[in-house]
Design a protein around this ligand. Structure first.
Ligand code: SF4
Ligand code: SF4
Length: 350
């Protein structure tokens, strides 16, 4: 893999050039949170690594989008999926979430909507230091070897830039003079020091190797009922989780002219209606069953099928769940056989 250097003061010029070859996307501030958004003015782009409210999945599997429109005579495709995009600032863990999506959406049937967006998007990854709720070292998603076109590490007054694909190389070729090919021993030493600092800054550690067995042992444990007493079934954990990918499809039919709009939107197994089938039977009417499904899928079944958990250690469930049910509190309960009620907030559940 080719490695180059980019002086920090040249980043804006580089991204400006890049933005002439497709929509530039990246993190920007919205109220109190950061979001991935289309960047029309480079001043709005957050250059430092941040955790966005919704993960990168929203660019490849939007919360709601039109698959096609039938006007009574012909079909009109969703042309938005053909838009060329360059996304800056994707952290390592979220690159792993896309690699998970590649497997899920390409497993038996290649999802054309997902893969077209993937094909049309160039990814500039940005390494980060762990925040309070991050535990990506435990999921081994703090480092990346694939899944990006360019990857940048912020080292004092320059970025070390890895060229991962020919698409990444094309971006470099837009302005080759901005980049320095001379990576010195001193630069390498700086990178090694940065890596050691990152590895030492994690506050949270989870032993994921032990979790599938613990899930088996706790299958009928009362911990699920105890968590269910607090859970609001709001689905926020699924919405913010970079690896949750369930969706539903609806047809909106216009009776006056017979036109049809087919839409896809995010769904969550935390919702009561998720497991309801024709005839009104619900396979997971109880909240405890739905919670168990969410965690069994992430920590057990996915590991069995793909050799790793469907969790990238981003910590969003820790930040987001209004009653503090998250990977950490669940793993703690799996390990001890009891729920630490002091760490769970009590809200009125409907
Ligand atoms: S676990 Fe938390 S975020 Fe998820 S549905 Fe329950 S209350 Fe909402
Ligand atoms: S389960 Fe939580 S920590 Fe793991 S990927 Fe999902 S939101 Fe991030």
């Amino acid at each position: 893999m080719r490695t180059l250097k980019l002086k920090k003061e040249k980043l804006d010029t580089f991204l400006f050039k890049v933005s002439k070859h497709g929509e530039l996307w990246g993190p920007r501030k919205k109220g109190e949170v950061y979001i991935y958004d289309k960047i029309d003015d480079i001043k709005d782009l957050i250059k430092e690594p941040v955790t966005t409210f919704l993960p990168i999945k929203k660019l490849f599997l939007p919360p709601r989008f039109q698959m096609f429109h039938y006007n009574g005579k012909t079909y009109e495709e969703n042309t938005e999926i053909f838009q060329q995009r360059i996304v800056y600032g994707v952290p390592s863990c979220e690159i792993h979430s896309l690699l998970i999506f590649d497997r899920v959406f390409g497993h038996t049937y290649k999802d054309p909507y997902y893969f077209k967006r993937r094909e049309q998007t160039t990814i500039i990854a940005l390494s980060c230091l762990p925040r309070e709720s991050c535990f990506c070292k435990s999921t081994n998603t703090h480092v990346i070897e694939e899944g990006f076109d360019l990857a940048m590490t912020d080292l004092n007054d320059f970025y070390l830039v890895w060229v991962g694909t020919s698409k990444g190389d094309d971006l470099i070729r837009l302005s080759p003079d901005l980049f320095d090919r001379n990576v010195t021993q001193e630069d390498i030493r700086e990178f090694i020091e940065w890596r050691e600092r990152r590895n030492n800054e994690f506050n949270q550690t989870i032993d994921f190797v032990a979790i599938p067995d613990l899930m088996d042992l706790n299958y009928n444990s009362p911990i699920w009922e105890e968590f269910a007493e607090k859970c609001l079934s709001c689905g926020a954990c699924s919405m913010v989780c970079p690896t949750c990918n369930c969706f539903d499809v609806i047809d909106e039919i216009e009776l006056s002219d017979g036109s049809v709009k087919r839409e896809r939107y995010w769904d969550s197994c935390m919702f009561k209606e998720y497991s309801m089938v024709a005839g009104g039977h619900n396979f997971r009417e109880a909240k405890a069953e739905r919670l168990k499904l969410w965690y069994t899928h992430k920590l057990h079944s996915f590991t069995g099928a793909y050799g790793k958990p469907s969790c990238i250690g981003c910590g969003r469930c820790i930040i987001t769940c209004p009653v503090d049910i998250n990977i950490l509190s669940v793993v703690k309960a799996l390990l001890t056989g009891k729920v630490d009620k002091n760490s769970l907030l009590t809200r009125k559940s409907k």
